[in-house]
Design a binder for this molecule. Sequence first.
Ligand code: ADP
Ligand code: MG
Length: 283
Amino acid sequence: MAQAKETSMPATSNLTEANEVAAGGATATAVAAAPAEEYSDQEYVVRARNVKRVYEIGGQPVHALRGVDLDIKRGEYISIMGPSGSGKSTLFNMIGGLDKPSDGTVFIDEVDLAQLDAFELAWLRCRKIGYIFQTFNLIPVMSALENITLPMIFAGASLDEQMEKGKKLLQMVELEHRMHNKPSQLSGGQQQRVAIARALANDPAIVLADEPTGNLDQKTGKSIIELLKRLNRESGVTIITATHDDKMLATSDRIAWVIDGQIHRLMTPAEMDMERGTVDGMH
Ligand code: ADP
Ligand code: MG
């Protein structure tokens, strides 16, 4: 078994107390990585291999994912497009380590998530992945600044680091004047900007944004997408975003079309426009 690269996972001794708490005091075992000869290309930050997820409702199987293969390059901005119920959120849960596939493998930075124990998975989720949800999911009793610094507390940052970075992130999303406001005192768009800042708190390799504009009006939604794109360009963070609104696709490097639990097409916006042009021309 190859050793995980330094950027992938820390040595057990480097894990912070906060993570120990997050993992319920579980003991870390040796870090597992994908075989180096097979997955040595660090160009890819996510690799999904034949990922399946079967749910059960009333004893009946629901095939939410039917074997997804997806390679996502570091720094890429990729949109997962598909109708409601096609499996986008399920795929996000797999990539984000929030749920386990029924079959298949997800590698994040060459690390096979299935090989991680609770302790290591908690570390990965805290440090490598930022999550953005349709419903913002901010903590109502905390201010904007406190919401943003919370993941830093779990990562073991000092109070000074939290304040400095928290304010920097608030500036980045143009909300420094709202730092002491609670979520209920902010508009939907402002709440989502706080959630974006929170997602970036621990400099993740990946940001997963599941329908980030779903609860916003079109103009606000567009500004959120533009912000995500700017952060992607400026910081190089990989952004994976789910949407069923095709007006949100132009900023993507690639678009993956999910239908009934499978990726049907992978294309660039230019390829999509070209196809649409052809189709339109026929009418
Ligand atoms: P999307 O995000 O594209 O709307 P989802 O990934 O949420 O799709 O759902 C894919 C399919 O899996 C749907 O048929 C949905 O009803 C089903 N599903 C999702 N989550 C669960 C669950 N926890 N239990 C049972 N079925 C689920
Ligand atoms: Mg969904």
